[in-house]
Design a protein around this ligand. Sequence first.
Ligand SMILES: [Zn+2]
Length: 143
Amino acid sequence: MKKFIGEFKEFISRGNVMDLAVGMIIGAAFTGIVNSLVNDIVMPLISMITGGISFDEWNFALASGENPPSLNLGTFLAQVLNFIIIAFVIFMVVKGLNKLRAMGAKPEAEAPAEPATKICPYCKSEISPEATRCPHCTSVLEQ
Ligand SMILES: [Zn+2]
């Protein structure tokens, strides 16, 4: 049991688990905002443009009777719109993160590697870049 708790602690304390948890919480809050945007703002506007069709009531009864099964096209359309908005925002966020990552990585990649050796101007042999005297011809080198 102690080992199990230890493993669980290790699992939780890994950075990416916390990142994932934060991402999920933000994602859940964000889903609420998108839902509200679609249901409270976009759908009423579409309803107004299309001449007062309320999308909540935009359904087709498949049979007659007290509670007939119906195709609820309005709510389905709202869900599709939700998905498109969320997918678009996630796409933009991932795109932005990739750009940031690329910007962060660029200076490292472009920095020229420190030369491992230099050439002695007198005997043309490879020597350490910090050498003040050539080990081959013993000439004194200017820094
Ligand atoms: Zn030399």
